[in-house]
Design a protein around this ligand. Sequence first.
Ligand code: NAD
Length: 483
Amino acid sequence: MSVKTLNNYINGTLCEPASKQYLNNIEPATGQVYSRLANSDAKDIDHAVDAAETAFPAWSTLPAEQRSRWLQRLADAIADNHESLAQAESKDTGKPIQLARNVDIQRAVDNLRFFAHAATQFSSESHATDSRTINYTLRQALGPVACISPWNLPLYLLTWKIAPALAAGNTVVAKPSEITPYTAYLLAQLCVDIDFPPGVLNIVHGTGKQAGAALTSHPKIKAISFTGGTQTGTAIQQAVLGQHKKISLELGGKNPFIVFAACDFEQAVTTACRSAFSNQGQICLCGSRIYVEHKIYEEFVAAMLAKMAQLKIGDPQDPTVDFGALVSAQHLAKVQSYLELAKSEGGTLLTSHKTLNLSDRCQHGYYLKPTLITGLDSRCRSNQEEIFGPVATVQSFSSQSEVLKLANDSPYGLAASIWTQNINQAHQLATDIEAGIVWVNCWLTRDLRTPFGGMKASGMGREGGFEAMRFFTEMKNVCIQYK
Ligand code: NAD
């Protein structure tokens, strides 16, 4: 099997890194190296930022209608290559091909189309102060901006950042995760194919510590849009302290999934299972702390285990598989270490799969059975730290006030899902819960116009809709007095 080379995309051209050094990229389903990516450093970042700076005046002054058309063209190119991109995403991440098709690649197309429309819909405010004074507010593009994305939803989250940045008139240097660079490379190829304006979008591969750090601290970068771990977000904040850049941070989560006895039981169980184990539990929004009202606790855990038994685990390429491999050997080891920790903290591990029964091709892949943990106290590390794998804890509660306290007893505040037929209870909890996103009787239902992001250790700022367009622009108020 030939090993593919994933080069950078700078100033409209695919190019080698300055150092000519590459990193291995592994297919999680098999544990085999299948490509190598540019191991970029500060020289490549300088090159990309220079290209973005040069392209900025023309791109930012292009009529919004034309910027919109470029984004639509890119969306069309992704849509035309939907299947090959889905295959690539599944291979690179270990996620089931069905998920890559229906969620990841579809959403990349949707992100670009949504912000193509936003470019032509975005507006600003004016204030008629008195009969002879008017204020109007300009929202102007910033310049070259950095978009840094993680490995769990590679093309989905990369396009979620670059689309609003470009729609608002900025030029972009993107740094995809070094663990899953493949679809970002294929996107660069599509940009070349459609003659996307050179320098407007640049994609530089490499590690966070080397390429990522050089990008965020680059003096010409005006804003940083980052999605990833809380520790990395904090490191970036500290590294750019005093540089006066705009920063948006979408970080980790440890999301409560709250089930009252008065709920649609079947729907709650099905969704709890999907919420805990989709993408092998590697979604920032996964419900990883499940709280069930004591009256239905035993029944709920049994029903969840029955649902988990239906999950088909195996080769992500198989279209009937629901649950693939974890993203890397290191990540698998981290999640396994949390299972050991949970046992030492007094937890009981429950799973519906005795063995994994993998095909020959997958013998060396990074697989782990979906697992529920019961019997843990809410203060223990297993309930406080983000595990980011197919592992959820389950606890029982007796009252609304108790479960609110448990849900908020976390350093994180990204998302919550509440299951109840009592509308007052739903509104009360939605108001009091410390999370940027609250779903009632649903999970992961998304409208791209709504603000997306978390509070506390889950981040700073919001993405989505016009919030993203506002982040990627600088406000300037103009006050005019006339006779
Ligand atoms: P990570 O923080 O390790 O890496 C994210 C990106 O940051 C990668 O591209 C990496 O190369 C880069 N990076 C690392 N160190 C850097 C540095 N010092 N300077 C600049 N860039 C640097 O995160 P990950 O392991 O790739 O992703 C998993 C995490 O992402 C989880 O915590 C998950 O909850 C979080 N996440 C959050 C959201 C959200 O919207 N809130 C969405 C998806 C994932």
